[in-house]
Design a protein around this ligand. Sequence first.
Ligand SMILES: [Ca+2]
Length: 155
Amino acid sequence: MLYKSILNVVVVAVVSAVFCIGCVVDPDDGRYEVVNQSSSWADAKREAERRGGYLAVITSDAEQRTIESLIRNGTRDRYWIGGYCESDRDWKWVTGERMSYTNWAPEAPNNYMNDENYVSICRLPDNRWVFLLGQWEDEGELGGRNNGYIIEFDR
Ligand SMILES: [Ca+2]
């Protein structure tokens, strides 16, 4: 009996670790997953693709509002989305689309220290910058706020 309950605990722990139960918000329509797990932009992109999706691509005000409602109860201050640029500072999406819709915070993108090529979306403001829920910021690849990430699926 004792052996069995220990085994149960171990199985639950392993399953939780592998599938990250509790750190993913999966809305009813299954189009997005909010992953409350710290990650670099590159690792987040790789994991999104491994799961059959891609880092979220926000192309309309409606989609922006959907994402905002999903991250509102998240545990990370910021989340990576699928926007990035190269040295030409021409912002684009991981899907290859050009970035037409944007929701940059005031004064973003500012390419701080010439090293900010990736887009995160803000859940909470920090002390120095008064960003609002849903505003976008350019950040370095590691991010400065233990960034989680948002996966989008074509479903
Ligand atoms: Ca910035």
